[in-house]
Design a binder for this molecule. Structure first.
Ligand SMILES: C[S@@+](CC[C@H](N)C(=O)[O-])C[C@H]1O[C@@H](n2cnc3c(N)ncnc32)[C@H](O)[C@@H]1O
Length: 248
């Protein structure tokens, strides 16, 4: 019968091919776009704050580069146990990790040793911190710590270029946290992890100023509003939370 109606048979063939294409086409793989996070607010600036709020938290002032000595203090291992925190990060030897708010590179250089085929992209907004990082790389003969100048609202990393991001005592200073997290969502590969180390605000025995601490509840509220999935809070560090989030 189809021979008698060649036009009908061609139409059937074409519509069959179209149906097969849509039926077998793989589902889109990009992460879902998160809803827009709530707007920033304002408050009278407190001693260590900037008078700008995000989801009820006043953002802290940035630690300037004269604070390098404090970041590099010898007691840091005893107080914060960075070697224990670093051992809890799940990183393959060829991983690319972005240390956002790297400062003097205290963590960057210690992690870079674990990535013989990978690297640490050490991101900061203060050129003086990057100059210190460059000098340290030369002094130590390290070739896999890459200083990288970011902006206050953008880490300026290429899309899908990093396996994980780390923020140590830095996120609470970001004056555009929602934009920074949006830029990290772009820079991370799918299922990429964000490791957030912040001094525990729930613990009054942690001897750090209030604006430089965060509760787990606050961090989860902000990261989830910006489209990250909470994975776990690793216990066992003396002063800090080690919160793990994932790009969906
Ligand atoms: C308290 S220091 C911590 C440095 C380092 N993570 C450490 O623990 O040794 C915070 C750093 O975050 C940086 N920072 C603040 N806002 C930033 C942003 N939006 N992007 C990248 N770095 C930022 C500051 O310049 C500063 O060097």
């Amino acid at each position: 019968m189809l021979k008698r109606y060649p036009l009908l048979s061609s139409c059937l063939l074409v519509s069959g091919a179209i149906a097969l294409f849509f039926w077998t086409r793989p589902a889109a793989v990009s992460a879902p776009t998160p809803p827009a996070p709530p707007a920033y607010g304002s408050c009278p600036p407190s001693r260590d704050g900037i008078g700008k709020t995000f989801m009820g938290r006043e953002i802290s002032q940035v630690m300037g580069h004269p604070g390098i000595g404090w970041l590099e203090r010898t007691e840091r291992e005893k107080e914060e146990a960075p070697s224990k925190a670093i051992a809890l990060l799940e990183l393959a030897p060829d991983a690319v990790l972005a240390d956002i708010g790297a400062g003097s590179g205290y963590y960057s250089f210690r992690i870079a040793r674990l990535l013989p085929e990978g690297k640490v992209v050490a991101v900061d907004i203060q050129p003086e911190m990057l100059a210190f990082l460059k000098a340290e790389s030369a002094r130590l003969g390290v070739t896999n710590v890459q200083p990288h100048l970011g902006a206050v609202d953008d880490a300026k990393l290429p899309a899908a270029s990093i396996d994980a991001a780390l923020m140590v005592d830095a996120y609470h200073e970001f004056d555009h946290p929602a934009e920074m997290l949006a830029s990290l969502r772009v820079a991370l590969k799918p299922k990429g992890k964000v490791y957030l180390l912040e001094f525990r605000a729930e613990d009054e025995n942690v001897p750090i100023k209030p604006h430089h601490k965060m509760t787990e509840a606050q961090a989860r509220k902000e990261f989830e509003a910006c489209g990250f999935r909470f994975v776990t809070n690793q216990p066992g560090l003396p002063w800090q939370h080690l919160l793990v989030f994932e790009k969906p």
